[in-house]
Design a protein around this ligand. Structure first.
Ligand code: TRP
Ligand code: ZN
Length: 885
């Protein structure tokens, strides 16, 4: 903990390590009140850095050094220097061995970084810089070592002892203890180290790789969760097959293990051969996990598995290169999910998420490039920009190079860099070399922050039969970056005739049309393209599939958007047209609200959604996506100054008008879907998920009407559903309704039924935290004292406090500023317990510039109050100080 001048780390200062660690031999003696860690490190001077012998500076934090040896010589206090984060000593030869013993306290570790206890089990989280809280080490990803790990613990409490690689020996000790030794044959950086000790059961299976090797698969959990693993196991096997088929990548060890833990800062971690997962990303059972949770498990299992190549076999040189593994791996898992489920729906969900959240980050005080230039605390840079925008950058590469060229590039990248720690430039170079292209300008996506704005205007010349699209790109200033150079923006497009047919595309200078869907490359700040031989003025379908992470502006009329909603052959752009139409209509309602005019919903939105609802040929998942109005958070993001109440009431007004006008169709769709649901047992198939999605959104609209008939249907769904997707949604719409008696009854019944299942209780907290009815803050404060709540569990913090601050705008932004004060109080408490979680929880307060002056002042006041705290962690310090700068 520090408050004075935290150190800023710069990419430009990178230097290769002075020393290398060829072998790492660790022994952990795990006890209830302490853990002893013995480390034997086989070191040598890095030949790339010279032949002199500079001091060796090992990282280490919160370690109690008990003994230290250099080549069998016991060192005493004068032989080395210790400060709160380093151990420095002077080697006498180019090759040497260091033996250390330290004492650590996993049982008191609430930060959940390094070695800690989750419930009754020991586990680790070392990425990014947690290994230094385990032993003195060169804790940086470009130092790769061969690890051998021995664990010893009480046999009864900890019958299962796991680490990376293969088990090579085990035995009993006196005093009821036992031990096991694991060896990982692959060189790896310390951030991929893991150990687990606990009373765990496992689901076992196996996978035969493409070269006919048998791999044992094991998913470990606490005994009560053994029945919730089949979905994760199925997802793992699908991921392994997919990576062989799509990327030619085979798994390399003889065993692959996943362990589920309840207390975890993020989603999951790709430790070599021993992935550790937040239980929310592994456990799934129809009765306790929603469809969304099933899909998340599938995606996260795939993500961590894919890291075995994109992250572990080829790792990062330094943490500025984080997107090298994360952006690429998110892209890989998104494509996997698209192949397993509906491609269009997956793309819609990802784009909506990116535009709502990453665009907001890119416009805020923590904005940074996909490859940041500097940081204070690397944990703060596991961001939407590094992950989601990083994935968009990889997607653009595939769009530009084509699927085949992209695969050639990834093959070259993996072959060339297997076993190495590399940079984003190495990735791009492999893509360039495999395709014979120059991506110099494209690399600006890695170095320039901010969301580009792309304005498009059209002109049609009826005499010449030509149609011209003029593009103008710009990018707002970001912290530390005032001027931006033009990006390479791939714009996938088609031109539609009056029947919605795609027209042949012939650009000026071309002898003949080249296809009906094309990718234009906008590379200049202003650039125009002229299409030939168009007998009538076409309607452009622009940026198909969201081919670049930009804010596109084209002056579509509402009638044109309605046309595109119906006729665009690109499913994504049909949805997008509907969203743009809804945004126009909602912004008009926001204006009416602010002026105090009576509200009038453009009937075209009703007509458009009526025909969507009536379209039996359309995938029900698409119908559901198109019925969903842009979220309050997205409307906030695209506002110059966000008016929280006006956005909420305008959107609620539109929902009520739509429900009223479309009641009979909504009811028909609802009843049809619910009947199908009753007739067939739950399965997490794309078809059923689509049906339930439509059923649930129909129910949300219908419940706005306050009808007895609908209330009865909702209660029926809550009471009789055989799955959490229907049950939870029925509860959520009741909670957001004015049926007070029914609401209390279902909340109590649900809590009674699921009180022993922490992941279900998380959902119970979330539903209430997100309820926009008056009194939200008081409800959340009351729930903080509920026996199932704990500030020490990150899932609980996210599901109650996080859901309140991020998904309940009207209550969080209540006029007296009490919501802000509440959040700041929690951040201050968490700063001492778990700095990573504290810093993430802060995000909504960092967005103060979006609001009117009175709110800005209240939000800043809370940031200043946090800033004045005496012992701020670097995590919280960095976010608060940048937000106030
Ligand atoms: N590498 C992890 C992933 O797959 C991220 C992660 C897990 C992480 N736990 C963490 C990052 C703790 C920082 C701190 O995305
Ligand atoms: Zn990852």
């Amino acid at each position: 903990m520090r408050n004075d001048q935290p150190k800023v780390i710069f990419l430009k200062d990178y230097q290769a390590p002075d020393y290398l660690i060829d072998e790492t031999h660790l022994t952990f003696e795990l006890f209830e009140d302490q853990t002893l860690v013995h480390a034997q490190l086989i070191l040598r001077r890095n030949p790339a850095r010279g032949t002199d012998l500079p001091p060796l500076v090992l990282d280490g934090q919160q370690l109690e050094l008990l003994s230290l040896k250099l080549d069998d010589r016991e060192l005493t206090a004068g032989d080395y220097q210790l400060d709160d984060s380093h151990l420095t000593l002077q080697p006498a030869q180019a090759s040497f061995v260091i033996d250390s013993t330290v004492r650590i306290h996993p049982e008191a570790n609430t930060a959940l970084e390094g070695l800690y206890k989750s419930g009754k089990m020991f586990c680790t989280q070392c990425e990014a810089e947690g290994f230094r809280k385990i032993t003195y080490y060169l804790d940086r990803p470009d130092v790769m070592s061969k690890f051998t790990t021995t664990l010893s613990a009480d046999k009864q409490r900890y019958p299962v002892l796991l680490s990376n690689g293969n088990p090579i020996a085990s035995g009993e000790e006196e005093g009821g203890r036992h031990w096991a030794t694991w060896q990982d044959p692959f060189m790896k950086p310390a951030y991929l180290f893991a150990l687990v000790a606990g009373d765990l059961w496992c689901l076992e299976d196996s996978f035969t790789t493409m070269s006919q090797r048998e791999v044992a698969l094991r998913i470990y959990v606490e005994p009560e969760n053994i029945g919730k693993l089949q979905h994760a196991m199925d997802s793992l096997k699908k991921s392994m097959k997919w990576d062989e088929e799509v990327y030619g990548r085979e798994y390399d060890l003889d065993i692959f293990m996943i362990v589920a833990v309840n207390d975890f800062n993020m989603g999951a971690m790709e430790n070599k051969g021993l992935n550790i997962f937040n239980s929310s990303c592994v456990l799934a059972h129809p009765e306790t996990a929603t469809d969304a949770a099933h899909q998340r498990v599938e995606a996260v299992v795939a993500h961590e598995y894919f890291h075995n190549w994109s992250g572990n076999r080829v790792t990062c040189r330094d943490w500025f290169q984080l997107s090298l593994k994360e952006g690429f791996t998110v892209f890989r898992d998104a494509e996997f999910s698209a192949d397993m489920n509906s491609r269009t729906v997956k793309r819609i969900e990802d784009v909506a998420f990116l535009r709502t959240n990453q665009f907001a980050e890119d416009a805020g005080p923590m904005a940074h490039a996909v490859r940041p230039e500097s940081f204070i605390e690397i944990s703060n840079f596991y961001t939407l920009t590094v992950y989601e925008k990083g994935s968009e950058v990889v997607r653009m590469l595939r769009t530009l190079l084509g699927a085949k060229g992209f695969r050639q590039g990834s093959d070259l990248y993996f072959d060339r860099h297997d076993g190495q720690a590399v940079t984003c430039d190495d990735f791009i170079n492999a893509m360039e070399d495999a395709n014979g292209v120059d991506l110099t300008q494209f690399k600006r996506w890695y170095s320039q922050a901010g969301t580009p704005r792309l304005e498009v205007s059209e002109s049609y010349d009826p005499a010449a039969n030509t149609y011209r699209l003029a593009f103008r790109q710009s990018c707002p200033a970001s912290p530390g970056q005032s001027e931006k150079l033009p990006f390479v923006i791939p714009v996938e497009l088609a031109l539609l005739d009056s029947q919605g047919r795609e027209l042949p595309l012939q650009l000026m200078g071309e002898g003949a049309p080249v296809g009906i869907v094309r990718v234009l490359q906008v590379t200049e700040s202003e650039q125009a393209f002229t299409f030939l031989n168009l007998a009538d003025k076409p309607l452009p379908s622009l940026l198909r599939g969201f081919s670049a992470p930009v804010k596109l502006h084209f002056p579509y009329s509402r009638d044109q958007l309605m046309f595109l909603m119906q006729y665009d052959s690109d499913g994504f752009n049909r949805w997008e047209a509907g969203q743009q139409l809804a945004v126009q209509v909602l912004q008009e309602l926001v204006g009416q609200t602010q002026r105090g005019d009576s509200l009038l919903l453009d009937p075209r939105l009703i007509d458009a959604l009526r025909s969507v609802l009536g379209n039996e040929a359309l995938d029900p998942a698409m119908v559901a996506e198109m019925l969903a109005l842009p979220s309050e958070a997205y409307l906030t993001e695209i506002s110059e100054v966000a008016d929280v109440e006006a956005i909420h009431s305008a959107r609620e007004f539109a929902r009520l008008e739509l429900a009223t006008a479309l009641k009979s169709q909504l009811l028909q769709r609802y009843q049809q879907a619910r009947a199908a649901s009753r007739a067939e047992p739950y399965a997490a198939t794309a078809e059923q998920i689509a049906r339930r999605g439509l059923q649930n959104i129909a129910l949300s609209y219908l419940m706005l009407l306050g009808d007895a008939e609908v209330l009865a249907a909702c209660e029926e769904q809550f009471a009789n559903a055989d799955n959490m997707t229907e049950r939870l949604h029925a509860m959520a719409v009741l909670v957001n309704s004015s049926h007070e008696a029914e609401k209390s009854r279902v909340l109590a019944q649900f809590a009674e039924q699921f009180k022993d299942d922490p992941l279900v209780m998380d959902q119970w907290f979330s539903v209430q935290a997100g309820c926009s009815r008056p009194g939200g803050l008081e409800r959340v404060q009351a729930l903080m004292t509920h026996p199932a709540f704990s500030l020490k569990n990150p899932n609980k913090v996210r599901s109650l406090i996080g859901a309140f601050a991020n998904q309940n705008a009207v209550n969080f932004h209540c006029a007296d500023g009490a919501g802000y004060r509440f959040l700041a109080d929690q951040v201050i408490t968490l700063n001492a317990l778990n700095p990573q979680i504290a810093s993430r929880l802060l995000t909504p307060l960092t967005r103060w510039r979006k609001y009117a002056p009175a709110r800005q002042a209240q939000m800043r006041e809370q940031l200043q109050r946090i800033m004045a705290e005496p012992a701020l962690s670097p995590d919280v310090y960095e976010v608060v100080s940048k937000s106030l700068a």
